[in-house]
Design a protein around this ligand. Sequence first.
Ligand code: CA
Length: 439
Amino acid sequence: MKLANWYWLSSVVFAAYGFLVAAKNDTEEIKDETAKDSCPVRLESRGKCEEDGECPYQVNLPPLTIQLPKQFSRIEEVFKEVQNLKEIVYSLRKSCQDCKLQADENQDPGRNGLLSPNTGALEETDDNRVRELESEVNKLSSDLKNAKEEIGVLQGRLEKLNLVNMNNIENYVDSKIANLTFMVNSLDGKCFKCPNQENTQPGPVQHLIYKDCSDYYTIGKRSSEIYRVTPDYKYSSFEVYCDMETMGGGWTVLQARLDGSINFTRTWQDYKAGFGNLRREFWLGNEKIHLLTKSKDMILRIDLEDFNGVKLYALYDQFYVANEFLKYRLHIGNYNGTAGDALHFSKHYNHDMKFFTTPDRDNDRYPSGNCGLYYSSGWWFDACLSANLNGKYYHQNYRGIRNGIFWGTWPGVNEAQPGGYKSSFKEAKMMIRPKHFTP
Ligand SMILES: [Ca+2]
């Protein structure tokens, strides 16, 4: 132990001495101070020695003053700045940590609710609010959906109502006009008997509405002639030929073949507008036929005569031709008569419910071609025909394609050999009259 203590003491002394030597080399001022004091370091005993010979010593060292370079004050400033920077870095790190925490909270609200009860409570409130808003939005959107549906229903009803009203009004106006027409027509016949007729304005009432030839018959017209009819007052009137003799009269003629003077191989437009001469051969026109039959209470009579002088007829208890949009589709009722039901010939040849086809407009049921083109006419072709009253007019029997006027149930017509002679017709006529008309 004694040795160690001594060693420590001598180390301190030599270190101090070494430091002074070093300082002396560094600065002039220290050299000056040491020069004044001859013994700056003293080692002396202090107090009594102990029994075993160990004595207390003390070293007196001169006061130590180190002169630092002037730039040293800058170090203090740098220290302060470093301290400041440290603080800034610390606060930045802290706020960064806070940021990260917050980000984590946002990502995982459930976990953070556990970490921080206060934040959890806030979030719970927020969650509740969000849930409330969500349910409100859901409710509003379902309300909106309901409202939309209701609007749809109401709109449908409104449209229906409009339509119903329009139909009612149309029907009402139609019936009023019919009544007025009837009254005026009946007055027309009686006015000549009025006692004051000579005193008042003479002459029959003009500008009457005659829907078809039966109306002319009703007011006493008995001669087969051309008359002007207005089947639908919403459209303009037009002329028709009236048959006032056949089966009581009152017939509006739609088609007539007599002598082959008119070509019936025509376009859609021609068949639509009508062509020919009302006193001779003609097709009245699909548009007019539609207007005449749209009330759907017309019957059809077909009269045929062959070159042997055989005259037969076919009667259908309903006849209606749809509008152009529906391609003038034919609606034909039950047959009665002598010529046979060629319009409903068989399952495979049936002209009922067929569209109108012309050489330039294929609406038929024949997939490989146009029946109108093949049979040179406009007609309600199936695939293709058991009747065609608009076929070519042959003045005698003919060979080749059966494109003449044709009625498939005519007596003897099916006895003709394929490639052999085909019989033709001298006359053909189609005409209509209201079902409930009684001459
Ligand atoms: Ca076709």
